[in-house]
Design a protein around this ligand. Structure first.
Ligand SMILES: *[C@@H]1O[C@H](CO)[C@@H](O)[C@H](O)[C@H]1NC(C)=O
Ligand SMILES: *[C@@H]1O[C@H](CO)[C@@H](O)[C@H](O)[C@H]1NC(C)=O
Ligand SMILES: *[C@@H]1O[C@H](CO)[C@@H](O)[C@H](O)[C@H]1NC(C)=O
Ligand SMILES: *[C@@H]1O[C@H](CO)[C@@H](O)[C@H](O)[C@H]1NC(C)=O
Ligand SMILES: *[C@@H]1O[C@H](CO)[C@@H](O)[C@H](O)[C@H]1NC(C)=O
Ligand SMILES: *[C@@H]1O[C@H](CO)[C@@H](O)[C@H](O)[C@H]1NC(C)=O
Ligand SMILES: *[C@@H]1O[C@H](CO)[C@@H](O)[C@H](O)[C@H]1NC(C)=O
Length: 566
């Protein structure tokens, strides 16, 4: 009864498996670059063993081949194992599956020491095998007959035998040259000299370009050297090598004062050059045509032409706000504070440097935060470095909502920091929020705020406007000064005219007795003054007078003493 049951079960499973086409539902046994199971491969020190293989349909995708050998692997010790399993049978036609005998060859010469019933199906373009686990170790199924090419070689069969050959295009077979100075458009005086170059294949990898110029760099002093070397010849097509002449251009006008036989190979995506050392200095091979971007500009090509553009990450292009800690969204405006006002900010790129954080706040912030009345916070996220310059909106928090009004800013991620294009605001008592950390205790830290404005990309007329907007108090002071000076002038004039009338009156009337001193009083004053003079002078006056009359030598001097002793 049990036997019948198991038979039914087996039949049922068979039925199921045949229903599922193994050409579609298989597992991959060996991936493209594996060649372990190849008949050309010897036994491994740690041999493979298929005792743990799950029963099921397998496909081999290795470039070594997918066919199980149909001849005895005599003596075994191949396919990375000791007992190499081969197929005692023939392959079926397209779409047909058949059962064959898999034999494990032993080193004693027995070609079928162990045998298994396996299935093989021809899926037209490939084969699939229904494999079973082996009974003992080390037995393993063999597939394919090719091997990967040795290091430094390649072949038409995806780097597998047959036809492996040396390939200079392979990374390990050439060196790289990374000198932007070699650009033929580089006219900066340089002293590159290729007399120390080890002969061999080179790939120029600098961002300035990979091609050797095929026209003479007239007049020399290019490519970072005085005698630039160019290529008198033409480039080979894909996969080909061309023998060409490398000509030494000279500063005195010669275009081929000396030459070298070199080779150039087309590796599809780039060229490589089989170069020789130069016989003299300063001679160097030219490569590429691009040049450095002007200072303050950058490009997608690592800072080299083409398409250089303004670089908001270059220190000369942005201003800095240092230590403006109260811009932190954590800080609430205090009564004693003067609100930060970005109506006084010069429009331009800024970098922020504060212990409370250097990035713009991107979460909604209520009124009175960020050291101002109407704080500005950014919608969205900070960009990545690869995003380059992005446009963002900032929201102005106000009486009605945390987004009463929106403004445009630009943001650039410079890696370790961000820069922001901030426009001078047209409203007072409003400022951009930067940083979210609490402002540290002022007793423990002393920070000074400094501002470096961004470089002016605005013209003078705009500057004047800025000044007017910036400093309205100056005009108030000027106006007040003007009013004050007219008042003063008026007072002075009034006084002057009054005095003139008074003195006229004094002459005509003798009623000034009370003001002017009498004759007696004047005499008395004189006397008093003289007395004072004598009293203050008296202690030293007699000596001085005496010495002064005798000689011009000052008192107490040695000469005086000598004179006395004579
Ligand atoms: C291969 O199979 C054939 C027929 O099935 C059999 O006669 C032969 O002995 C087998 N070969 C080996 C080496 O077992
Ligand atoms: C499948 O069989 C056909 C002949 O019917 C043959 O041409 C083809 O090469 C076989 N496919 C494989 C992968 O061996
Ligand atoms: C290039 O020169 C080498 C020897 O340096 C030579 O073997 C090869 O045939 C030449 N190739 C061509 C296309 O002239
Ligand atoms: C390099 O020089 C060539 C020829 O003088 C010129 O056509 C080309 O535009 C230059 N390229 C750059 C990036 O300056
Ligand atoms: C400021 O930060 C402190 C500490 O992280 C926190 O307790 C406080 O609520 C924050 N205040 C505001 C206004 O965000
Ligand atoms: C703020 O920016 C950070 C970093 O860019 C991001 O992870 C976060 O989701 C942003 N928050 C909001 C509210 O958009
Ligand atoms: C100067 O400002 C005017 C108007 O503000 C603008 O149109 C012009 O392009 C500016 N010139 C320069 C050189 O920036």
């Amino acid at each position: 009864m049990e036997k019948i049951l198991t038979l039914f079960l087996i039949l049922f499973i068979r039925f199921l498996t045949t229903k599922c086409d193994p050409c579609l539902t298989y597992k991959v046994l060996d991936t493209p670059n594996e060649h372990t199971r190849s008949v050309a491969n010897a036994a491994l020190p740690s041999p493979i063993c298929d005792n743990t293989l799950e029963v099921g349909w397998y496909r081999v995708t290795s470039y070594a081949g997918e066919r199980m050998p149909t001849e005895c692997v005599y003596g075994g010790m191949r396919c990375g194992t000791s007992f190499s399993i081969w197929m005692n049978g023939t392959y079926p036609d397209a779409g047909v599956a058949k059962t064959v005998q898999a034999c494990a060859a032993h080193y004693d010469g027995d070609c079928c020491k162990y045998s298994y019933d396996i299935e093989v199906k021809n899926c037209t373009d490939y084969l699939v095998y229904n494999l079973v686990p082996v009974s003992t170790c080390y037995q393993a199924y063999c597939f394919g007959s090719e091997l990967a090419c040795p290091a430094g070689e390649t072949s038409d069969n995806n780097g597998f035998t047959p036809g492996c050959k040396y390939e200079p295009c392979l990374e390990e077979n050439h060196q790289t040259l990374d000198h932007w100075e070699r650009s033929v458009n580089n006219t900066e005086i340089g002293n590159l000299c290729d007399n120390v170059l080890t002969p061999g294949w080179y790939r120029p990898i600098s961002a300035v370009g990979n091609t050797m110029p095929t026209e003479c760099p007239q007049g020399g002093y290019k490519c970072g050297t005085s005698s630039p070397i160019w290529m008198d010849g033409s480039y080979p097509s894909s996969g080909e090598i061309a023998n060409v002449t490398a000509c030494v251009g000279n500063y005195n006008g010669g275009c081929c004062t000396s030459s070298y036989d070199i080779q150039v190979k087309n590796c599809d995506d780039f060229y490589i050059y089989n170069l020789k050392a130069t016989s003299g200095c300063y001679q160097a091979y030219c490569f590429g045509t691009e040049v450095k971007c002007p200072v303050g500009e950058t490009s997608d090509n690592g800072g080299f032409t083409p398409e250089c553009e303004f670089d908001p990450c270059h220190s000369r292009n942005y201003g800095i706000l240092v230590g403006e800690m109260k811009r932190s969204s954590n800080y609430t405006l205090q009564k004693s504070d003067v609100a930060i006002e970005d109506s006084r900010l010069t429009t331009g790129w800024y970098r922020i440097d504060s212990v409370t954080g250097n990035d713009i706040v991107n979460e909604s912030v209520g009124m009175m935060q960020c050291g101002t009345l109407y704080p500005l916070w950014m919608e969205g996220t900070l960009p990545d470095v690869s995003d380059k310059t992005v446009d963002r909106k900032v929201c102005q928090s106000g009486l009605y909502s945390t987004c009463d009004q929106k403004y445009d800013i630009k943001v650039r991620n410079c890696g370790n920091y961000r820069t922001y294009y901030l426009t001078q605001l047209n409203v007072d008592k409003s400022a951009f929020c930067f940083g979210t950390f609490p402002v540290p205790d002022p007793t423990t830290t002393t920070t000074t705020t400094t501002r470096r404005p961004p470089p002016g990309d605005h013209n003078s007329s705009k500057d004047d406007e800025n000044d007017k907007d910036d400093k309205p108090y100056i005009w108030v002071i000027v106006a007040m000064l003007a009013v004050l000076s007219t008042i003063l002038l008026a007072i002075l004039l009034v006084k002057f005219f009054l005095q003139r009338t008074v003195s006229k009156r004094a002459v005509s009337f003798v009623d000034v007795k009370g003001k002017l001193p009498t004759y007696d009083e004047v005499i008395q004053n004189e006397k008093n003054n003289r007395l004072q003079m004598i009293q203050t002078v008296s202690p030293s006056a007699p000596v001085n007078q005496f010495v002064g009359s005798m000689t011009s030598i000052p008192p107490n001097s040695t000469k005086m003493g000598q004179m006395k002793s004579y």
